[in-house]
Design a protein around this ligand. Structure first.
Ligand code: SF4
Ligand code: SF4
Length: 299
């Protein structure tokens, strides 16, 4: 089995993998002695759906939200990027932390909802689908573990509104897992692929402009009802972004190519193959010539 992926690194994560039926004892409530301690020292990775919820709440374009509130990081060296919350200037606290609690509570990100549970997504090498299991994060400052309120992880996920959050970020998690499990043999993604991944996953407003640009229409065929829904529905557009990336990064075609563009692309592929074959033939001829020269030298 591949190593578990921890999209929301929290420390320390107890290494036992737990099922949804596992029961925890935990409660976080106003008045607890550690109130806001977890929001004072943050290391919070965000999903594309987190960005969408927060930028909508703040009435910002995704591009501005990313600049103002996040910092990018790479999942692996020279690989696709994730994003994290940018803490307050010169400090470690979350910028949404208020004395009375979270300033964006109804739209708080996935990692904040999960805490003190951590989601572990993983995929067996012989399986296409990823499977989720969970771990518990136990930090000394968090007194919520001392409150004897039993709840299953499934119940906790429901209570925290995580079913919707996980469902709408599933396509992104699958892309990240697939990229990681494809390993170094597939090669590092090109700069262009990494930029596309970043824009489509996190910068939804710029991705919309990209989808409605003439260059996109030249390549891909969208149904009128799809265009209409992508114009006004961020969630629908985000799910399309994951489909688009599966096609661009992994060749899983689900978006119809424009017939003319498909033909052009075929011609280009054939031309490229021809050039490669010619280059290879030249190289072979040169090597043969050098071999002959070397043999002659020994006579
Ligand atoms: S978003 Fe809210 S819950 Fe999450 S770290 Fe910031 S203040 Fe805390
Ligand atoms: S109980 Fe834990 S999660 Fe709640 S405020 Fe305290 S440290 Fe944060």
């Amino acid at each position: 089995m591949s190593q578990p992926d921890i999209p929301f690194p929290q420390s320390p994560v107890l290494p036992t993998m737990l099922a949804e039926t596992h029961e925890i004892e935990f409660s976080c409530h106003k008045g607890i002695s550690c109130w806001n301690a977890c929001c004072s020292n943050i290391d919070i990775s965000l999903t594309p759906y987190d960005v969408l919820r927060m930028k909508t709440r703040l009435g910002m374009r995704s591009t501005e939200f990313l600049k103002e509130y996040t910092v990018p990081y790479e999942f692996d060296k020279d690989s696709i990027a994730g994003i994290k919350f940018r803490p307050v200037e010169g400090g470690t606290s979350c910028r949404f932390m208020k004395p009375e609690g979270c300033g964006i509570y109804e739209d708080r990100p996935t990692a904040c909802r999960y805490y003190p549970v951590a989601l572990l997504s993983m995929r067996r090498q012989d399986e296409y689908v990823d499977r989720d299991s969970y771990a518990i994060v136990k930090e000394d400052h968090c007194k919520g573990h001392e409150v004897k309120r039993p709840i299953t992880i499934a119940g906790y996920r429901k209570e925290q509104g995580l079913e919707e959050y996980d469902e709408l970020a599933r396509g992104w998690r699958q892309l990240v897992l697939k990229k990681k499990s494809s390993g170094p043999t597939i090669g590092k993604p090109s700069l262009r692929s990494r930029q596309l991944f970043f824009m489509a996953c996190y910068d939804i407003d710029r991705f919309r402009e990209f989808v409605f640009a003439d260059s996109f229409a030249k390549l891909f065929e969208l149904k009128p009802e799809e265009r209409e829904s992508f114009a006004k529905d961020d969630v629908a557009l985000l799910q399309f972004a994951f489909r688009f990336l599966r096609q661009v990064l992994f060749g899983e075609e689900s978006i119809t190519l424009n017939a003319e563009a498909a033909q052009e692309r075929l011609v280009k592929v054939q031309e490229k193959r021809l050039i490669e074959e010619r280059e290879a033939a030249k190289k072979r001829a040169l090597e043969a010539e050098q071999d002959t020269g070397a043999d002659e030298g020994f006579d």
